[in-house]
Design a protein around this ligand. Structure first.
Ligand code: KG4
Ligand code: ZN
Length: 336
């Protein structure tokens, strides 16, 4: 039995997964309520909340799995990338368990885990593939030769896709996190009302930039020389801006995934991360991949946003002998 601990950002999560990749127990304690009034994650609050929740969350995951500590064979923890204070809480908990129970410790990369959510859900091999993570902190394309070989093809040079959703959500006066709020509001809007920029769409590079799009929404809401705070948009204008913004992000994400597939020759695409929960993205991506004859795996919605189940990639690492010592440290930044 594998116990996975996830605390990279603002979700405290633990899961128990067996050798056959069956989910035996999973718990996610979200901190959305805590950070809502600030319109974004406050790192110091996040790490304090992890400290309070980590042990009850682990206990509850074991209880749901009906597994005792003595039945565990390996402990895994996401140690990169993420917020330093948040990562440290999960790592300390994992090390303590390994030291006390004399168990092997496996390190998991949170972004690789987002891709692996597709493998857990599919219950069949998905590698080699293009791995695509669209989350609050990252928009990253990987060439995955196997579950152990992830090579970065491109990523965000400014805001990640989810970050853009969150910032535009706050600009439009919607609740935090912005992604689900924009999706809901966009349902009554016209995606063609505004033609927002699709940065790098016709460029070969596999990188993303969403800050120009965010600025374009800002000026569509309140023209140059006027303040956003003074804008008095109608509900319909907000819905149109949300729908047009969402369409621009979705178009760029799909275009880049297509380019990554074409460049590498892979015929399988695995998509994870919070933004992959977006209905418009899921529908348009499915249509595009059907047209291209590509096998598409999108993580089920509950495995898109942060969770510990996706850390089941630790089984692959464990079987390959990739076990850590208790010297293991956190790596907050993204490694190329
Ligand atoms: O993967 P995740 O839980 O955390 C990170 O690793 O960053 O992703 C959170 C992000 C947030 O920015 C949130 O706004 C976005 O995912 N998100 C969505 C939707 N649900 C969550 N974005 C667009 N549409 C959604 N339905
Ligand atoms: Zn994540």
């Amino acid at each position: 039995m594998l116990l996975i601990i996830e605390s990279t950002c603002d979700e405290t999560a633990a899961a128990v997964i067996d050798e056959k990749l069956q989910i035996r127990g999973s718990v996610v304690a979200s901190q959305d309520e805590l950070h809502r009034i600030y319109g974004g994650v406050v790192p110091e609050l996040a790490s304090r909340a992890h400290v309070e929740r980590i042990l009850p969350v682990i206990d509850e995951a074991l209880r749901r799995a009906d597994v005792t500590l003595a039945e565990l064979t390996v402990v895994a923890v996401c140690n990169t990338p993420g917020l330093a204070g948040s990562l440290l809480v999960g790592l300390a908990a994992a090390k303590a368990l390994c030291a006390a129970l004399d168990l092997p410790l496996v390190a998991v990369n949170h972004l690789h885990a987002h891709v692996y959510a597709c493998r857990v859900a599919a219950q069949e091999e998905v590698f080699p593939c293009i791995g695509f993570v669209v989350s609050g902190g990252h928009s990253t394309l990987f060439d995955c030769r196997s579950a152990l070989e992830f090579n970065v093809l491109g990523g965000t040079i400014d805001d990640a896709a989810g970050e853009a959703f969150d910032k535009v959500g706050s600009l439009l006066g919607l609740s935090y996190p912005g992604g689900p709020a924009i999706e809901k509001t966009a349902a009554t809007g016209n995606p063609k009302a505004f033609r927002f920029p699709r940065t790098f769409a016709n460029d070969d590079r596999l990188d993303f930039s969403f800050s120009g799009l965010k600025t374009a929404v800002r000026y569509a809401l309140a023209p140059q020389g006027t303040e956003v705070a003074d804008a008095r948009p109608t509900q319909q204008l907000i819905a149109d801006l949300a729908a047009s913004f969402q369409e621009a992000v979705v178009d760029v994400l799909i275009r880049k995934a297509e380019q990554a597939l074409a460049r590498t020759g892979h015929r399988v695409l695995c998509v994870g991360g919070g933004v992959a929960a977006n209905g418009r993205f899921r529908t348009k991506l499915q249509e595009a991949m059907q047209r291209n004859g590509v096998r598409l795996h999108i993580a089920p919605r509950e495995l898109c946003t942060d969770n510990a189940v996706m850390g089941a990639i630790a089984w692959e690492r464990f079987r390959a002998g990739l076990v850590e010592t208790l010297e293991l440290d956190i790596i907050p930044g993204l490694q190329r």
